[in-house]
Design a protein around this ligand. Structure first.
Ligand code: ADP
Length: 379
């Protein structure tokens, strides 16, 4: 298992942290990325130049590997299907990536498999949405999501009033009931080829309302034992019913009335699991490597309460990154700074993250607020 050649499609920060975990056991990992100047370059055995969106690049890259995995789901699917036909191991499997790439197929899967998620319908265009409203088949409020290609909230529109209809997105969409959200949480589960499943404890996500990016992530989530158990069960059922091997991050809404509903899932390492590097017995990155190399899964339990802060490029700054307050912040006990090595900062670009550990969550939140005041990324 330890001598298999692992290929990751993508060499961003998630790829980098996978490579860092791989280095613990000297695993052989290469990334397919457009430039040698990518975050993973400093951590992996090699960067192979190419695009994970181009069929022949993915095919060529995969043919020289034993196991192919992803750090992003917008990859060329047909190449992965072709690699599977050639007998290569692709984890997560191409059929899982196919479902995840299309929010419509995801919702249909949840419905068919009786996994709790908000009610929805699939519509083809903005004009069809308007027509449905006129005909009384669709009522405001609702949420429109472009089926393919959206990320970090781009491709999602919450329609609360008639004037919001002017901003409808063009293209085949999922139209979902608007959930009255109390909390957004995430559960990361792993499954190996033996069918063994382990779930990380739930974490709570707090969004930056302007950028729609996770600003703070709290571990553990401040939810009831029952909601925790229901969330872990949903995520476990999802990865099992997908018959998937690898790591699955399941984003869940806890509604104000207490319902536990799947929002969406990502079959890869996830922003909501960064803290596991320092705050868990096994990190999400190591767990993913264990799963895809057919090793026993590690213990996902938490060692410490934690708050994770995404380090986003400051508003109004574009250019070579300057890390203001870096030395102040690394001087605080329990503060772990990760910089991704992206040369250019842009407003809200994910430039790094910080995991703050403390003996209880309130203390970690307090320390995280201090850290946030002290550090900024400017140009
Ligand atoms: P992305 O894949 O771009 O992150 P999401 O599907 O996670 O998109 O949606 C982005 C955000 O929009 C969610 O984090 C949530 O705050 C809000 N949202 C999405 N779906 C719903 C819904 N059905 N009801 C209420 N809010 C929603």
């Amino acid at each position: 298992m330890l001598d298999k050649k692992i290929g990751i499609l993508g060499g961003g920060q998630l790829g980098k942290m996978m490579c860092q975990a791989a280095s613990k056991w000297n695993l052989n990992v290469s990334c397919l990325e457009a430039s040698h100047d990518c975050p993973a370059a400093k951590a992996c055995n090699q960067i192979e130049l190419g695009s994970f969106k181009i069929h022949e690049d993915v095919l060529r890259f995969g043919q020289s590997k034993d196991i192919i995995t992803i750090e992003i789901e917008s990859v060329d699917l047909v190449a992965l299907q072709d690699l599977e036909k050639e007998g290569k191991t692709v984890y997560p499997q191409a059929r899982v990536i196919e479902i995840i790439q299309d929010k419509g197929k995801q919702k249909e899967f949840y419905k068919k498999q009786k996994l709790a998620s908000s009610d929805f319908k699939l519509l083809e265009s903005a004009s069809e949405i308007k027509q449905q409203i006129l005909d009384g088949h669709l009522t405001i409020p609702f949420v429109q999501k472009i089926r393919k290609g959206g990320y970090d909230g781009r491709g999602v529109l919450v329609v609360r009033s008639l004037t919001d209809l002017e901003n409808l997105l063009e293209g085949p969409s999922v139209i979902e009931n608007l959930v009255d959200i109390d909390k957004e949480i995430s559960v990361i589960v792993a499954r190996n080829p033996q069918g063994e499943v382990r779930a990380f404890p739930t974490v709570e996500m707090e969004f930056n309302p302007k950028a729609n990016l996770v600003e703070f992530l709290l571990s553990p989530a401040r939810i009831s034992k029952k909601q925790e158990a229901e969330s872990v069960e949903l995520a476990t059922r999802l990865i099992t019913q997908l018959d998937m091997v690898g790591l699955l991050a399941v984003e869940i809404f806890i509604s104000k009335s207490g319902d536990v509903l799947i929002n969406e899932a990502a079959p890869r390492a996830h922003n909501s699991g960064h803290h596991t590097i320092e705050a868990s017995y096994t990190s999400q990155y190591e767990q993913l490597l264990r799963a895809i190399t057919d090793l026993p899964l590690g213990d996902p339990a938490s060692i410490s309460p934690a708050v994770m802060i995404n380090l986003l490029g400051a508003e109004g700054h574009t250019g070579p990154a300057i890390y203001q307050g870096f030395e102040d912040v690394i001087s605080i006990p329990g503060v772990n700074v990760h910089l991704y090595g992206k040369k250019e900062t842009k407003p809200y670009r994910k430039m790094g993250h910080i995991t703050v550990l403390a003996s209880n969550l309130d203390e970690a939140i307090e320390k995280a607020n201090l850290v946030k005041q002290k550090i900024s990324i400017t140009a």
